[in-house]
Write a protein that binds this ligand. Structure first.
Ligand SMILES: NC(=O)C1=CN([C@@H]2O[C@H](COP(=O)(O)OP(=O)(O)OC[C@H]3O[C@@H](n4cnc5c(N)ncnc54)[C@H](OP(=O)(O)O)[C@@H]3O)[C@@H](O)[C@H]2O)C=CC1
Ligand SMILES: N[C@@H](CC=O)C(=O)O
Length: 804
């Protein structure tokens, strides 16, 4: 009905509303200006603001003060706080004008209170926000102006007066101008200032959205989405990117803290889209509330939304029972009380309304005034409501769990199930219910860093792994990162990761940590970079709740103090770090050592061939062409380190030996391992490109070494050895000549060999052998680590494939 009463605006408009937490300090005002700067300025921009931070609470205290002295002290404190805010947000010249205005408003407070004009006092917070933000925008070169909503917004008996409001607004607007409008305040039909109650600014925004016929109204808040449950209590709560209008209305009625029934009402049945976004994480697209009037492309969105369930809670509520034939609705009582009144699914002839216990008496008085008799049972309840989805049919486990917690009443309709209990559910019970009712299939969030040789292969395999685990666990690719950019998105299609990354953004450590922190658990970071700098982020990654899987050897070989810092973070946050591919690629050498040690064996020696590249080169090199040509081949086959000199220098093997030493609990450093490089001294300097013209030096040395070994009837092998004798450690990596019948001679190119001698394997060692480098085996090894994590989450995913 209100459609024909709107202003005759022709330019498309958008409304953005910022709440108090989004305007808590000068930095937040700047962040809001950044957000507005990035909007589509071909559309008319309307901004609705709440009071900064806790200003409204401070003003409420001032209006409630019974002693003049206490009131004046509170006023002075507020003036100091807001003045500081203005000074920090604006240049000195601009600040002077705003502070002068603020002083005038605050100076008028005692007089307004004396005249009982409390709402004029409460309006000061929003007036300051509007003025300050418009000045911040002006400083950035925008044509912006503050607008007091009381100059146009009229309400009559709690209902918007569309005709009067539209007429007044038409006279106030200017094309090309950003209007920054006060939220929360309006006037009644007698011209008196009124406030729109708690969260009234959201209502102001949607009222304005309807008045200016906005294409979109965005509520900028401190959460990035509408969640399936309270994310502070339920770690696995799902951030939904869209919900249906019907779900939003039901959620609002059930007291959802993000959406309120009044907020939705002005836009119901219009073409205006409603979005909820976080001003703290503006890179997230947020949550879109999809209108019922489905355009074709929104049908799929509706269908998806129907698969989404919600759990909401209300504490300290009470029950009114009424005869069903009454002349007032729960929605009308909601308006009267300015508090949610929920009509419970009907059972029998009576109606049951749930409402906050604090306003039960006020409700009874109001109903009595209408000659309506209601029975109040005076008990305080905790209500848990489940908004059903098409995805979950069975509730047996949830019902059992709730029975154990002592359910007192239960109300069910096709869309909702509401349980009333005597006391709030503990968080772990909520988590459990969430698993039963919302997400019977858990989701593991996977963040992949490094998209080169091995990283790309890992991602190529991930699609098949998603299908393998699909029945029990969703593997969600939540981010892909390389050295230049990051795709940080709630859900990236694995088949499309390259495009997502190409559309990604430059990133820094802080942004990545914040993104990881906000991801729902469980979550894992897979580090497939060669970067030491990236490995130093591990403590922050762990603190953000992630497990880590590394192919990157830098983390596991950091100096002892930094390595211990990572270990301490793992212990503190109870997270895991799997790094099996850092030594032997997919060969489960670390896992084997862990099993032996945990079973009670003690290791005396680990030795063998630890480099796939050097194994391949020394098997293939026959002196027929320069050694460096073989190196190029190994590089193209994906065997080498990003800089192959890490292999040729023996450094990569030195690192691997340190990995195993640390696995055995030894406190070794890299320098404790004697290293005899294959690469002639001096060639490790500068870049690979600068080295390349000098390769003849390497070629000559290798030709010589090969000829000498051949003459002696031997072959060359690059050997690592770690021996423990009477508490002493001897660790070396060096080139050796071995005779043709030696165990390390009979290998296939690229093979690694791990020879383990222990208490139990003393006469005859335990030997692990197989390809120790390459894209596929390394990516496969990373998936083996991932599967190990998954097994801990859900048990074995599938039975072993039958032998064929
Ligand atoms: N090849 C093998 O057989 C084995 C390799 N490994 C290890 O796997 C890792 C990857 O090797 P490989 O794929 O060959 O290396 P590549 O050089 O092919 O790829 C490295 C990737 O890491 C990214 N990267 C580099 N620095 C950073 C950083 N600071 N932050 C984020 N991303 C970064 C690169 O970004 P960009 O694309 O922007 O350059 C690139 O995408 C290495 O640590 C290697 O030791 C382990 C076992 C076996
Ligand atoms: N370059 C390494 C790759 C595996 O760690 C090797 O060749 O062993």
């Amino acid at each position: 009905m209100q459609a024909q009463l709107k202003t005759q605006q022709h330019a498309p408009a958008q409304v953005h509303k910022f709440g108090g937490s989004s305007l808590a300090d000068a930095q937040r005002f700047a962040a809001v200006a950044d957000i507005l700067q990035q909007q589509n300025h071909h559309q008319a921009l309307w901004v609705v603001v709440s009071a900064p931070g806790d200003t409204t609470d401070a003003l409420l205290n001032i209006t409630a003060a019974t002693e003049t002295q206490a009131r004046d002290i509170a006023l002075a404190a507020l003036q100091a706080e807001l003045t500081a805010l203005v000074q920090q947000a604006l240049t000195a010249d601009a600040a002077v004008l705003v502070i002068k205005q603020l002083q005038q408003w605050l100076a008028a407070v005692p007089d307004a209170l004396a005249k009982q004009q409390h709402n004029d006092v409460l309006a000061i917070g929003e007036r300051l926000s509007a003025l300050l933000l418009s000045e911040v925008l002006k400083q950035r070169g925008f044509n912006a102006a503050a607008l007091d909503a009381r100059d146009f917004l009229r309400l009559k008996q709690h209902q918007p007066d569309w005709t009067a409001s539209a007429a007044l607004l038409t006279g106030l607007t200017q094309a090309e101008r950003i209007h920054v409008v006060t939220g929360y305040i309006a006037r009644d039909d007698k011209g008196r200032s009124i406030t729109l109650g708690r969260n009234g600014s959201d209502y102001s925004a949607t009222l304005l959205g309807a008045l200016v016929n906005a294409t979109e109204v965005t509520i900028w808040t401190d959460v990035k989405a509408i969640y399936s449950a309270d994310p502070r209590k339920v770690k696995a709560a799902l951030p939904y990117s869209q919900v249906s209008w019907q779900q939003a209305c039901q959620l609002a009625q059930l007291g959802n803290p993000v959406l309120h029934a009044r907020t939705l009402s002005p836009l119901t049945g219009t073409a205006t889209a409603l979005l909820v976004r976080s001003s703290y994480q503006p890179q997230h697209a947020g949550c879109r509330v999809v209108q019922q009037d489905t355009a074709a492309q929104e049908c799929a969105a509706q269908e998806k939304a129907q698969q989404q369930g919600f759990i909401t809670e209300l504490d300290n509520v009470t029950l009114l029972t009424l005869h069903q034939d009454i002349s007032v609705s729960a929605a009308q009582l909601t308006l009267e009380l300015q508090q949610p009144v929920i009509e419970l699914p009907q059972q029998g002839d009576n109606l049951c309304w749930l409402l906050p216990a604090v306003c039960a008496e006020q409700a009874l008085d109001y109903l009595a005034g209408l000659n309506i008799h209601a029975v109040w049972d005076t008990q305080r309840y905790y209500a848990l409501a489940w908004l059903k989805s098409d995805a979950v049919a069975h509730t047996d486990t949830a019902e059992q769990l709730l029975q154990q917690q002592g359910v007192l009443h239960r109300y069910e309709s096709t869309q909702q199930l509401i349980w009333l209990l005597a006391a709030p559910l503990p968080d772990d019970a909520l988590e459990q219910l969430h698993r039963c009712l919302i997400q019977p299939q858990p989701v593991l969030q996977i963040v992949v860093a490094g998209t080169g040789n091995v990283g790309a292969e890992f991602l190529a395999m991930l699609g098949a792994q998603q299908q393998r685990f699909d029945a029990k666990l969703k593997l969600n690719l939540a981010a892909v990162v390389n050295s230049r950019r990051a795709a940080l998105s709630d859900s990236i299609a694995v088949s499309n990761w390259q495009a997502a990354l190409a559309a990604g953004v430059a990133w820094n450590a802080q942004q990545l940590a914040a993104y990881l922190q906000a991801l729902p658990a469980p979550k894992v970071l897979v580090d497939i970079t060669p970067s030491r700098e990236f490995a130093t982020l591990y403590p922050a990654v762990i603190a953000a709740g992630c497990d880590i899987i590394s192919a990157n050897k830098q983390g596991v070989t950091l100096p002892g103090t930094e390595y211990q810092q990572i270990k301490r973070a793992l212990a503190q946050y109870q997270r895991q770090w799997l790094s099996n591919t850092t030594c032997g690629a997919g060969i489960p050498v670390q896992r084997t050592l862990q099993e032996l040690l945990s079973a009670g064996d003690s290791i005396d020696e680990v030795s063998g061939i630890f480099s796939g590249t050097l194994s391949w080169l020394l098997c293939q090199y026959d002196g027929s062409k320069p050694f460096s040509e073989f190196v190029l081949q190994a590089q193209q086959a994906g065997l080498t380190e990003p800089d192959p000199r890490d292999d040729l220098s023996g450094k990569d093997v030195q690192r691997k030996l340190l990995v195993l030493a640390r696995e055995l609990g030894l406190t070794l450093e890299l320098d404790d391992i004697a290293l005899e490089p294959l690469l002639p001294a001096g060639l490790e300097q500068d870049s690979w490109q600068q080295f390349w013209p000098q390769r003849a030096t390497l070629d000559d040395v290798l030709a010589q070494l090969f000829a000498t070994a051949k003459a002696a009837g031997k072959v060359l092998r690059y050997v690592a050895s770690l021996k423990l004798e009477q508490g002493k450690v001897c660790a070396t990596v060096a080139l050796k000549q071995v005779s043709a019948d030696h165990a390390l001679a009979a290998i296939a190119p690229c093979d690694n060999v791990f020879v383990i001698r222990s208490l139990w394997y003393c006469d005859n060692p335990l030997v692990l052998k197989g390809p120790g480098a390459g894209r596929v085996v390394t990516a496969g090894g990373l998936h083996a680590d991932l599967a190990q994590l998954i097994h801990q989450l859900i048990g074995p995913a599938t039975l072993p494939a039958p032998l064929t």
